[in-house]
Design a protein around this ligand. Structure first.
Ligand code: EPU
Length: 419
């Protein structure tokens, strides 16, 4: 398992190119199963979750070319299997996204039920209820979910009790392969949903209202070959904005988009950053001392849970007390004990963390536990006194493309030690 060794306190500035969004690439790759037509994608991030999804698709019989400079060609014409093994679902929960397209295309699919993970229990009931609403029969046998749509999926009205990004993707892909029109109400509004909808539209579906609370989805009579460019990763972009805030350096985040990061930029500005658009993305710099601000995570367009850990690192060095509330995932505070090892003053109470700013953090050996928690530790390492060693870097590699290369080019002293 690789580790990252970071020497803190070096000047940090320059520009960083943001990759395509992991959380759009994964459902889009899954959606490519729907038509069986040729797909070409651009701006696909070179991260290990994408590699796992490609492995899954190849295992089902898809032909996927190599991923080079973000470009990928893919054909799912020869897919015959609709069964996904536990090994891959265990490694990556997003594997579950292939369920709806497989049921839509073949009328039947089997997939292992995903377990809990480092950030919470993460049930899949909303995904399954959406499929049932479209006429599928769902059976669970010994940890395997078996879904059959006798005579195919049928367009219907799906009303979610609460917005879920993954279940909205499932409902949208299932509805696009159903006969007739579907209405999906109280869906998630994340930009990645609209990106997947754009891809489905390029393949021939008709989708209205993607990115709002209510979508109308109608599948095509036949799927067609499609090209799609994946939108930039807003969480990667915001993670680098936080890096600028922590280090005090001026950073251009190429590909960062204000319209995807409204709530995050608002709070980062309240904390003492200036963020403004450039021709290529966003420029961030710090105005002076960092200020404590309270934050609560919410579904889009609120402050993203995927940025909670990184924002907490910023608050560790701000000049007061910040209360951070996690409202999406019940256990998403695994970074707290690790930040405490670096000298952070954080008290946890249920879903709230009270962060009292300290003048400095000290380098330490810390353990990455999930993707975003790991990034918060790397960010802390950039400004901590002395050396920080982040173990289990494979968590970071799941969603941050070339993390050590990008940070090094901005001046960070960071070395990957392969073990
Ligand atoms: N939920 C249910 N039942 C379901 C599905 C979700 O109760 O069937 C609950 C979850 O337990 C959670 C809430 O609904 O409390 C929202 O979860 P959501 O379904 O929106 O999350 P997800 O689709 O599993 C995606 C991202 C996550 C990101 C969340 C929230 C992908 C592949 N993953 O997960 O990304 O945190 O949305 O924005 O898109 C990450 O990139 O680090 C990451 C964890």
């Amino acid at each position: 398992m690789d580790k990252l060794v970071i020497q803190g306190g070096h000047p940090f500035s320059g520009s960083v190119q943001i990759a395509g969004a992991k959380n759009a690439a994964l459902p889009i790759l899954a959606a490519s199963l729907l038509g069986g037509a040729q797909v070409s994608l651009a701006n696909v991030p070179h991260v290990s979750d994408v590699m796992s999804m490609l492995e899954l698709l190849r295992g089902l019989g898809a032909e996927a070319g190599p991923l080079r400079n973000g470009r990928l060609s893919l054909s799912t014409a020869d897919v015959v299997s609709s069964e996904t093994t536990y090994d891959i679902v265990r490694r990556m929960r997003a594997s579950f996204l292939v369920l709806a397209p497989l049921v839509g295309r073949f009328g039947h699919a089997r997939i292992s039920r995903p377990g809990g993970c480092a950030i919470g229990t993460r049930p899949v009931d909303l995904h399954l209820e959406a499929l049932q609403q479209l006429g599928a029969e769902v059976r669970t046998e010994g940890g395997v979910i078996d879904v059959t749509a006798h005579g195919g999926l049928r367009g219907e009205r799906i009303v979610f009790p609460a917005p879920s990004v993954g279940a909205t993707h499932t409902a949208m892909m299932a509805a696009a392969s159903a006969s007739g029109e579907s209405e999906i109400v109280n869906c998630a509004r994340e930009p990645e949903i609209a990106d997947t909808a754009a891809f489905l539209t390029a393949m021939g579906a008709t989708i209205e209202g993607a990115g709002t609370h209510r979508m109308l989805v109608q599948g095509p009579t036949s799927w067609r070959a499609a090209h799609h460019t994946i939108l930039p990763d807003r969480i990667e972009a915001a993670s680098y904005l936080v890096a600028a805030g922590l280090t005090g350096g001026r950073l251009e985040v190429i590909g960062g988009r204000l319209e995807h990061l409204g709530a995050a930029c608002h709070l980062l500005e309240a904390a003492g950053l200036s963020i403004f658009p450039s021709d290529r993305g966003l420029i961030a710099e710090r105005r002076g001392a960092l200020h404590s601000v309270d934050m609560a995570t919410e579904a889009f367009p609120g402050f993203p849970t995927d940025l909670q850990a990184q924002f907490m690192t910023l608050m560790c060095l701000a000049d007061g007390v910040s209360v951070i509330r996690e409202r999406i995932f019940e256990q998403r505070f695994m970074h707290v004990p690790e930040l405490q090892r670096m000298g952070a003053d954080i008290t946890l109470s249920g879903a709230a963390a009270t962060v009292r700013g300290v003048p400095r953090l000290q380098g330490a050996e810390v353990m990455a536990t999930d993707l975003r928690a790991s990034m918060s530790l790397v960010l802390a390492g950039l400004v901590a006194e002395g050396e920080t060693v982040v173990h289990r870097v494979y968590h970071l590699d799941r969603g941050y493309e070339d993390i050590d290369g990008k940070l090094t080019r901005c001046g960070a002293h960071i070395e990957r030690v392969r073990q």
